[in-house]
Design a protein around this ligand. Structure first.
Ligand code: BV8
Ligand code: ZN
Length: 253
């Protein structure tokens, strides 16, 4: 069902919920000035290449300079970006519900910067790196990077971002956390994702199967729209703050 605004009925669903999951994609960071992948369906993101081509282990091996130019660019954009009202609204919801889990496809850590604590990073974080030589994983927030491609401080090996590239699997422990939260929630938000990338894209259907109420927030319809109980056509930064627990005070007050 398509909605142009947040109705009283949807606010009632929000107030009544106990265990909430918010699945987010690049659209939740769009109003922070972080470019989306434009529907995840083939639009070029860097030097004419779509995300499906550049965000691959093949690209990292074949052309580490071009691969890392794109990630260095994204790190610079994200470092300058601030969480927007969508990230902040989701963070504020945490104290209102018995359980609130953010499952994000994003690698920008803007949910954490907005104050969210329970964040499942399906695709990792571009603020962590891993050495291809010695395997050491570490946090790396240097902007700009001292060299492209960056090298491991302890063994000089090539570093890679600690993200899940296309063709790589989401770590089992991470995905089962996402499945567990999805299978036991009564309200499931899908915010700012084109829902074409798997396995993240199976989660809305799993939520529906577990009889959660599914609310999609996106300026456009997506494959989730036919699964969702409500698709609110709008920008996350405008829509999410309208579900404000503030009005109702914390539960039980
Ligand atoms: C796996 C890396 C296999 C980190 C990402 C052929 C070959 C190989 C694999 C496949 C194949 N065919 C299918 C696959 C599987 C593949 C896949 O799903 N491909 C798709 C394209 C068909 N999946 C994988 O490869 C996954 N792994 O399957 O492993 C396997 C299986 C078993 C055993 C071993 C191995 C790995 C998937 C993870 C890939 N890594 N990122 C990084 O650098 O970011 S995914 C990448 O695309 C992004 O990270 C992001 O997560 C995703 C894009 O999705 P969205 O977040 O939805 O962003 P998008 O731009 O698409 O959409 C934005 C939306 O926001 C839009 O709808 C827009 O309308 C909306 N919007 C805009 N503004 C706003 C807004 N909404 C609200 N408010 C606004 N203001
Ligand atoms: Zn190393």
């Amino acid at each position: 069902m398509i909605y142009e605004s947040v109705t009283e009925e949807l606010k009632e669903r929000f107030r009544e919920a106990w265990a909430v999951v918010v699945l987010t994609g690049a659209g939740v960071s769009a109003e922070s000035g972080v470019p989306t992948f434009r529907g995840g369906g083939g639009a070029p993101v860097w030097k004419g290449m779509p995300v499906e081509k550049i965000a691959t282990p093949e690209m990292l091996r074949a052309d580490p300079v071009t691969f890392w130019e794109w990630y260095a660019y994204r790190r610079e954009v994200i470092e300058r970006a601030e969480p927007n009202p969508a990230h902040r609204a989701i963070a504020a919801w945490e104290e209102y519900f018995e359980r609130l889990t953010v499952i994000t496809q994003n690698v920008d850590e803007l949910h954490q910067r907005a104050g969210s604590h329970a964040v499942v990073e399906l695709h990792g974080s571009l603020w962590r790196v891993r050495c291809l030589q010695c395997g050491v994983r570490s946090e790396d927030r240097r902007v700009p990077l001292p060299e492209i491609p960056p090298r491991c401080p302890s063994c000089g090996g090539l570093l890679r971002p600690d993200v899940v590239l296309f063709g790589e699997s989401v770590p089992e422990a991470i995905f089962s956390q996402a499945v567990a939260a999805t299978a036991t929630c009564d309200l499931f938000f899908v915010v700012g994702t084109s829902a074409v990338v798997y396995p993240a894209a199976v989660l809305p259907a799993l939520a529906k199967h577990n009889r959660a109420f599914v609310i999609e927030v996106n300026p456009e319809t997506t494959p989730v729209t036919e699964v969702a109980d409500a698709t609110i056509l709008g920008r996350a930064g405008e829509i999410l703050p309208l579900f404000s627990p503030r009005e109702n005070g914390a539960r039980g007050e």
